[in-house]
Design a protein around this ligand. Structure first.
Ligand SMILES: [Zn+2]
Length: 396
């Protein structure tokens, strides 16, 4: 049986076509099965998939999601597929390239395969085996005149926007103006050309950056990840106190699915605009304070977590025990690596308001005693041109 491969920008109607094909096959009395990749942290965060098990198109069509499974499990299911069954895969790119040979094997045994939104490597591998993709097109959703050729992902609004080249440039320019306005309004120094984390826009190249050691910290974190074999496929990263998303973006570029949480709405707004219009890294951002967020999401876990100079503020605002509680929650969220930087209680600008005394050695002991880590490494700030020491907990 030939394999139907549907490609094209978000919004072209790939899922709609898939749902219609499933409905038609069911009407004809054939066995059908729909698949989405359960390995993907992005898909796992969608409630209509995990809860109601429903696949839906932008146009409002729905079908049951039969298999929300790992790539490994999918390989097994494919080997058991009945001839003449319709096996429909949406967002197929999440399954990775190795599924291609199993799709082809199932098709050779007589199953009908429908693959929507494969990755470029999957498309190439399928083409080598004689299966050609059908590219669907749509009109620019902004000007409604030309064919769309680019897209933006508005993650927090749960929508995508497919646009022509001219609208892409125009919307980017608008977003840039908004980002620069937001930056000028925000901390650390409202009304001046200064930011806390570096911003990669050329307009900000000469701006003063408060945390000049951001790139060093990111490089260090990535080097430790690489030593630990990370990122593997679908590895996830959480940054508590993410500010304008410098670390989320850096980790996303390296291959992590990134999530950032910060209490400052203006910073999250900037992070989202940068992510949608410039970084295009599919990072997700949430406005929340660290204590509430960590306390209310015990089941959400990440391969790598970080909190750079956040929990001393929780200590100042809610008392030291709340800061320690946040740290315990973050450790529990961590599957592999936790990177922690603490503003130390002896630093002048905290004015003795933290409510307890600690230093890096104390935090290291605390992580070992309460974090469930196999080991904890202290990276000395003084040896790496960092403001402060970094403490890295290793779960395995
Ligand atoms: Zn347009």
């Amino acid at each position: 049986m030939p394999i139907t491969i549907l490609t094209g920008l978000p919004g072209v109607g790939k899922t709609e076509k898939l749902i219609l094909a499933v409905a038609e096959a069911q009407k004809a009395g054939r066995t059908t099965a729909t698949f989405l990749c359960g390995d993907s942290p992005r898909l796992r965060s969608r409630r209509n998939l995990t809860g109601r098990r429903r696949m839906s198109s932008r146009s409002g069509l729905r079908t049951h999601l039969d298999h929300f499974v790992s790539a490994d499990h999918c390989v097994e299911l494919l080997s058991e597929a009945e001839p003449n069954a319709l096996l429909a895969f949406d967002e197929a790119h999440h399954f990775g390239e190795r599924l291609v040979e199993h799709w082809c094997a199932a098709a050779n045994r007589g199953a009908e395969l429908l693959i929507a939104a494969p990755s470029d490597p999957q498309i190439k591998a399928l083409k080598k085996r004689g299966h050609r993709a059908t590219r669907l097109t749509l009109t620019c959703q902004a000007c409604e005149r030309r064919e769309a050729s680019h897209f933006f992902v508005h993650d927090h609004e749960n929508r995508t926007e497919s646009v022509c080249k001219a609208c892409f440039v125009r919307l980017q320019t608008q977003a840039k103006t908004e980002i620069i306005e937001c930056l000028r309004e925000g901390k650390p120094f409202p009304g001046t050309d200064a930011t806390y984390q570096p911003i990669e826009l050329p307009e900000c190249r000469k701006w003063q950056v408060n945390r000049e050691d951001s790139q060093q910290r990111l490089d260090l974190m990535l080097a430790v990840c690489a030593d630990e074999g990370l990122p593997q496929a679908h590895a996830s990263y959480l940054d508590i106190g993410c500010n304008t998303g410098f670390f989320c973006h850096g980790m996303a570029k390296a291959g992590f699915t990134s999530k950032g949480v910060d209490v400052t709405a203006n910073d999250i707004r900037i992070a989202r605009l940068l992510s949608t219009y410039f970084r295009r890294d599919l990072a997700t951002y949430e406005v929340a304070n660290a204590y509430k967020y960590l306390g209310s999401t015990p089941d959400e876990r990440f391969d790598v977590t970080s909190a750079f100079s956040v929990f001393q503020w929780v200590m100042i605002q809610r008392g030291p025990e709340s800061g320690l509680e946040c740290m315990r929650w973050l450790f529990q969220k961590t599957k592999r690596l936790c990177v922690l930087e603490m503003g130390e209680s002896s630093e002048d600008h905290y004015g003795g308001r933290i409510g307890m005394d600690y230093d890096s050695a104390w935090i290291e002991d605390f992580m070992l005693a309460e974090g469930g880590f196999a080991r904890v490494q202290c990276v000395r700030g003084s040896e790496h041109q960092l403001w402060r020491d970094l403490l890295i907990g290793f779960k395995v």
